[in-house]
Design a protein around this ligand. Structure first.
Ligand code: SF4
Length: 907
């Protein structure tokens, strides 16, 4: 494998989104973009990409990029400055505050999007040279409970298995993981195993997600009861003679205490059913499947991790694998799916406040070892503030200087309004970013430093299976943007630590990182990439994906850990952990009678600063929504397609209602992606309780008590424009990327005359207009040459016009006379129905088109694929195609029996 595919002249790099870590071939075009394809040689994806990865080429524009360093001047505005001035200022202010108030008065908040080299340098500066461990990361919100669970059980943060296990397992148990949407390429790999080898799939989740569509068994357990389910499983395994006594005796300790605790939590199938809200036969089925299948992989993700009991949940799962010796063997392991592209790299360097570096902690020998390796003058000797606590310390005025690198905590932290408000208290608030504006930048940053983005920067990332891959630059960095490792190193030099931060390239940083991993290691630590510590620059450039450990002198690569013990505690044994009796931290009340679950959607990533600029990705689910069970919709008088106010003790949002049987009674689901930058009232982080797990510090994002009530709007509408618009402050709105510009979907209660004057203020008075003020309809457009410059459609309820039709006219370079005449009708010129909301992002195939194909006889995704191509590229939409087929069949059957009114087709 070479850095460049000679047949395509494409650069080999790695997708910047999820923890699957797919290899990408990027071929730059002449316009600053790139053609994107999956890398057939990358062992994570073998050429496949999901909808997000496939659309990377649409996300390379410079529209909102931060191109120059900026400092807030005395007038309060941000002014462009030279790099040297910005760096001098940051170093001077950090030094001043650390000297005056001590090193714990400063903090870094990093990101799982950073490259390992960026992470390494920031961690080294704070922990080794400034002398505080106040370095935490948005990975705390993603998989910290897995880290804590691994460390408690294995003595190290080790992922024992690898992706090949997903091909070789006979049973795949997905718990708290909507892999079909969040790890799509891996999910397709699991489905391939099911198809080829007959592997069975069990999905455990309070919500019936698309992942459950292919499950042999779906367990829709009550929120927070995962520990009870796996405690019941441990008891069942013990009571039915399924334990691996040799493995337990030779390689573990603490089994009896764990078994006794499990028995007290869920001592039988019946008790487990009672504790989890599941049907007894379903629990019995699952227990039997697990018991009788030696090759079982249990995959867990945010549904397990994002919990105030997340670490116990992880350990309850691991207990079952240890008790059966099903760990680190082909097709048998517990497996944490990481959410972010480089959460694993961050863990490797110690980018969490409770780690020191290179999988070493704060024990005296580790502190001494790292101190000597770094020649660190004032190494941190105790853990720092974890994410949620870090922002609470800022609010209390204890942390006075913060450097945020590559993340958007004002959106993503729990109790996000409080977190955002805390930022106002900072004496020094520095942000390294790609974009000029986001909620965190707008919260009052004092210094903005332009960082290189994906496609421009160069270094390494590590995926969920411990595989280190290169991200390579294939675009020229715009403006004065710099690599994050360079920016941090320059500040370190100005703080007087030049000798320790004299890095000339990402390769220099990587070599030092690799050397530290091997320093006085000799098998005592899991993370060892000593074989890479002397890579030449050329070898680093050409480096093929490599799984760790990769030690100097290893004869064979090591794919897995722990099949024959060899844990990283002093006695080399794993620990069974007796989990606490599971109980959610908060009760529902009369005022907050439901629980709010939050998560991701298929085609967006985090706070949309990248995916949000792709028109293709904006088509699937363009509006922020809340999913409600039909019974709860009835109970709280909210209707599908209408709006609802969703309120917790921390904040409120107004969201479109999606009524769906997929949602459990008593629970709501809302996606996390929208921010104040792209929606008026959909910053879901503001709703989430800030309770955290006592071991991992990970917040409870899945079960905040919540209420829901209908929210009425008289008018609905949409606007399309070549430039970004500022909608009137009274409107509910959301922005979505469309071909040729920006789309806004909105709702409002103000009168139409107000919208008319607003449009004139943004588009001028030279408008083609259609008014029926009595009927509540106003439509207007301005033109530049032959294309639409700005248009506005407002109407009563759902009669504003056809968004999809007008979008396609807006995308046209030149409108014909007929099209121009028909535009304000808001209907297709040829009278055809629009394709509807896009289901297949790769080929732009809409729901209406797919439903028509199903109605005409297409009975499988393959048949739809033949007719429409939908689902034939990345496969991300296949679960949705199956759902549409199933639902259409239900509708058809219901219609046949005269009960059509009871059958719903959920979005
Ligand atoms: S599954 Fe999709 S988002 Fe994740 S790394 Fe692969 S292409 Fe990127």
């Amino acid at each position: 494998m070479t850095a460049v595919d000679p047949t395509l002249r494409a650069t080999r790099t790695t997708c910047p989104y999820c923890g699957v870590g797919c290899g990408v071939l990027a071929t730059p075009d002449s316009g600053g973009g790139a053609a994107i394809a999956g890398d057939p040689e990358h062992p994570a994806n073998f050429g496949r990409l999901c909808s997000k990865g496939s659309a990377l080429g649409e996300t390379l524009g410079l529209g909102d990029r931060l191109l120059y360093p900026m400092i807030r001047c005395s007038k309060g505005t941000m002014e462009r400055v030279a790099w040297t001035d910005a760096l001098d200022h940051v170093a001077h202010r950090f030094a001043h505050i650390a000297k005056r108030d001590g090193p714990d008065a400063v903090a870094f908040y990093l990101s799982g999007q950073l490259l390992t080299e960026d992470y390494y340098v920031a961690n080294k500066l704070m922990k080794g040279f400034i002398g505080s461990a106040n370095v935490d990361t948005n990975s705390r919100l993603c998989m910290a409970s897995s880290v804590a669970g691994h460390r408690r059980a294995f003595g190290a943060d080790t992922v024992p298995g690898c992706y090949q296990d997903l091909d070789e397992a006979d049973l795949l148990v997905l718990i708290g993981s909507n892999a079909a949407w969040c790890h799509p390429v891996l999910f397709q790999r699991m489905l391939a195993n099911k198809q080829k080898r007959g592997a069975r799939i069990v999905v455990i989740d309070p919500r019936r997600t698309d992942t459950a569509g292919d499950a042999d068994l779906f367990l829709g357990l009550r929120p927070g009861t995962d520990t009870a389910l796996f405690s019941g499983l441990l008891v069942h395994l013990a009571d039915t003679g399924a334990l691996d006594h040799d493995y337990i005796a030779s390689h573990t300790s603490g089994f009896e205490a764990a078994r006794a605790r499990a028995r007290s939590i869920a001592g039988s199938v019946g008790a487990t059913a009672l504790a989890t809200g599941l049907a007894e036969p379903d629990v019995a089925d699952f227990f039997q499947m697990f018991r009788n299948t030696p090759r079982v992989v249990t995959l867990y993700s945010q549904g397990v991790n994002q919990s105030a009991q997340g670490t116990d949940k992880v350990n309850a799962i691991i207990n079952c694998h240890l008790a059966t010796g099903r760990i680190g063997k082909p097709g048998a392991s517990p497996f944490s799916l990481t959410g972010q592209p480089n959460a694993m790299g961050g863990r490797e360097v110690g980018g969490l406040a409770n780690q020191l570096a290179a999988h070493m902690g704060f024990s005296p020998p580790d502190i001494d070892r790292v101190r000597r390796f770094w020649k660190a003058p004032r190494i941190a000797t105790h853990e720092g503030q974890k994410a949620v606590q870090m922002f609470e310390a800022i609010a209390r005025g204890e942390i006075k200087a913060l450097w945020v690198i590559g993340t958007n905590p004002a959106v993503s932290l729990p109790d996000a309004d409080a977190a955002r408000a805390s930022l106002k208290k900072l004496e020094l608030f520095v942000i390294s970013e790609n974009v000029r504006s986001n909620d965190t930048v707008n919260a009052g940053a004092h210094v903005l430093l332009p960082a290189q983005a994906w496609g421009e920067k160069s270094g390494t990332v590590t995926n969920s299976e411990r595989r280190i891959s290169r991200q390579r630059a294939f675009l020229d960095p715009p403006g004065e943007s710099k690599p994050d490792w360079w920016i941090v190193s320059e500040v370190a030099k100005r703080l007087g630590f030049g000798a320790a931060f004299d890095f000339g390239s990402a390769a220099d940083v990587f070599r030092e990182h690799a050397a530290l991993s091997a320093f006085e290691n000799e098998g005592s630590r899991d993370f060892d990439i000593g074989a890479l510590k002397s890579l030449s620059d050329e070898a680093f450039e050409a480096m093929a994906p490599v799984q760790w450990p990769t030690r100097s002198g290893d004869a064979e690569p090591q794919q897995r850990f722990f099949a024959a013990g060899g844990f990283f505690a002093n006695d080399h044994k794993a620990r069974f952990v007796a989990p606490e009796v599971p109980a959610l931290r908060t009760e529902t009340t009369a005022g907050r009678p439901l629980r709010l679950n939050t998560g991701r959607i298929r085609d967006q990533w985090h706070t949309m600063t990248r995916t949000g600029i792709s028109p293709r990705l904006g088509q699937h689910l363009p509006e922020p929504f809340v999913e409600v069970h039909p019974d709860d919709a009835l109970r709280f008088a909210v209707a599908d397609g209408d709006f609802a106010r969703v309120v917790t003790d921390y904040g409120q949002c107004i969201l479109r209602v999606v009524v769906s049987e997929r949602q459990q009674r008593g629970m709501l689901f809302a996606p996390i992606h929208w921010s104040e930058a792209n929606a008026s009232a959909a910053r879901v982080g503001a709703l989430v309780a800030p309770f955290t797990d006592p071991f991992s510090g990970q917040p409870e994002n899945k079960a905040t008590p919540v209420s829901i009530a209908p929210y009425e709007y008289v008018f609905r509408g949409f606007a399309l424009s070549r430039a970004q618009l500022e909608l009137p402050p009274h409107a509910w709105w959301t922005r979505v990327a469309v071909t040729g510009g920006y789309g806004y979907l909105f709702a409002d209660n103000a009168d139409l005359a107000g919208w008319q004057s607003w449009l004139r203020s943004v588009a001028g008075s030279d408008l083609a207009e259609y008014k029926d003020l009595g009927g509540g309809v106003y439509r207007a457009a301005s033109f530049a040459g032959e294309h639409i410059e700005t248009c506005l459609f407002v109407g009563p309820a759902r009669d504003a016009g056809d968004w999809d039709v007008v979008k396609s006219l807006f995308a046209a370079d030149a409108l014909g006379d007929d099209q121009r005449r028909m535009l304000l009708s808001g209907k297709s010129i040829d009278g055809l129905a629009s394709a509807g909301p896009i289901v297949c992002a790769c080929f732009g195939v809409g729901r209406t088109t797919i439903l028509a194909a199903i109605a005409a006889g297409a009975g499988s995704p393959a048949e739809i694929g033949v007719q429409l191509k939908a689902g034939t590229n990345c496969g991300s939409c296949i679960p949705e195609l199956k759902r549409l087929i199933a639902q259409t069949n239900v509708v058809g059957a219901a219609a046949d029996s005269g009960q059509r009114q009871f059958a719903r087709v959920a979005t």
